[in-house]
Design a binder for this molecule. Structure first.
Ligand code: ZN
Ligand code: ZN
Ligand code: ZN
Length: 397
């Protein structure tokens, strides 16, 4: 980019982000992808992997700007170490590919021909082949059948670090997605999106419509859990009518994209109370609020996913709610709603600079009520910023 992000703090400034996103040109996207390909070639070199084969999933659009439809017909990007990538697509899909001669050569395959023979040719005598984690097993089996002697590994081990470190284009799109999503969160917190007296699923449909009206291309989910349903983290909005004294967990997000470029995800959660705070809820919410703020404060490039998870968990445990926090603290976000790095006890790696991930502890008392607060955060060198900016104070609506 001509004008790289001077600081991640800028991502919190909604107006600044709007103006920088609208200034993004096709060239910025192409340059970003070229830099990603260089990173991939370096990773092949460093891990002594001879060949990378991508297919379905987010790795392919990340690298080429092209997203394959989940069809039985094979789409494959073959990146042999030190050579230019070849993108094989079914002939009928070829019109959807935006060619980029500097990045890859496009090879459409005709109906009736065997694309696996071409993949086998491109793999050649490679001893080690990394394949997309999201490639269908049927495709991998065909490839392995033709090249049985290669050693196969998951592409995520090669790419997770690269995709986990967002470039400026990606950070701007993630910030834009978050800010659009915040507009609807703010309507909820201000009482402008009516909850009381309506069914959960009606509220979910209202949230979905507003997110699209504000500028998301697609909504991935809108969780509305009221009263006892707020204690179920992934509650499916149903026919329960939201009423006085209910805590309501609202968790929603979708995809923002610019033109034909692949879109980036948003994800935020706020918990509100209808009219009157039920007994015991203030203590619960206060413990959660403190824990979520502590995790945001401690987030940095140097901390591991496990250590950051422990920050939130320890705070909730100290308040006596430890056994009611039943999921990890967060997940990476980007082209996918859930991707690496995970803010979870099993992740012993440092988050690194320009990682994007959610911080979303929750406390759930079965059969009674629960609460969750979720923001998407981005690490700089020494600190992190939250892309989501709506209020986290307990709101009574
Ligand atoms: Zn979730
Ligand atoms: Zn969420
Ligand atoms: Zn989330």
């Amino acid at each position: 980019m001509k004008d790289p992000l001077p600081s991640i703090d800028l991502l919190a400034d909604a107006e600044e982000v709007v103006s920088r996103v609208s200034a993004l040109s096709e060239r910025d996207f192409r340059e970003a992808r070229a830099a990603r390909l260089e990173g991939v070639q370096r990773a092949l070199e460093e891990t002594e992997t001879d060949c990378l084969v991508l297919s379905l999933g987010a790795d392919l659009p990340w690298l080429t700007g092209y997203e394959a439809m989940p069809l039985e017909r094979l789409t494959a990007l073959v990146v042999a170490r030190g050579t230019a990538p070849v993108l094989l697509v079914p002939e009928l899909e070829a019109p959807r590919v935006r060619p980029d001669d500097e990045l890859f050569s496009l090879r459409p395959w005709a109906e009736g021909s065997d694309p696996y023979d071409t993949v086998a040719q491109l793999i050649g005598e490679a001893g080690s082949v990394a394949v997309s984690d999201r490639m269908w097993a049927s495709a991998l089996l065909e490839i392995q059948c033709r090249r049985p002697h290669a050693r196969y590994s998951a592409a995520s081990t090669l790419l997770a670090g690269l995709r986990g470190q967002k470039d400026d284009v990606e950070l701007l799109l993630l910030a834009r997605a978050a800010h659009i999503t915040d507009l609807v969160a703010e309507e909820i917190l201000a009482g402008d999106l009516r909850l009381a007296g309506r069914e959960e699923k009606v509220v979910a449909a209202d949230i979905t419509a507003r997110l699209v009206a504000q500028g998301l291309q697609r909504v991935n989910f809108a969780i509305v859990g009221s009263g006892p349903n707020s204690a179920s983290p992934h509650h499916e909005p149903g026919t329960r009518v939201i009423s006085r004294g209910d805590p309501v967990v609202l968790d929603f997000g979708g995809v923002y994209s610019l033109g034909e470029e692949p879109g980036y995800c948003s994800d935020t959660t706020r918990t509100v109370v209808i009219d009157q705070i039920p007994e015991g809820f203030v203590e619960l919410y206060h413990a959660l609020h403190v824990a979520q703020a502590a995790a945001r404060r401690e987030a940095s490039s140097a901390i591991t996913g496990a250590a950051l998870d422990a920050v939130a968990r320890d705070a909730i445990e100290a308040a006596g709610f430890g056994r009611y926090f039943i999921h990890r603290t967060g997940h990476g976000i980007g082209l996918e709603e859930h991707e690496e790095p995970y803010v979870a006890s099993g992740n012993r790696r440092a988050l690194g600079p320009h990682a994007a991930f959610s911080i979303e502890p929750g406390i759930y008392l079965p059969g009674q009520f629960g609460a969750r607060i979720e923001d998407v955060c981005v690490t700089g060198e020494h600190h992190a910023v939250s892309l989501n900016r709506s209020s986290r104070d307990m709101a009574i609506v």
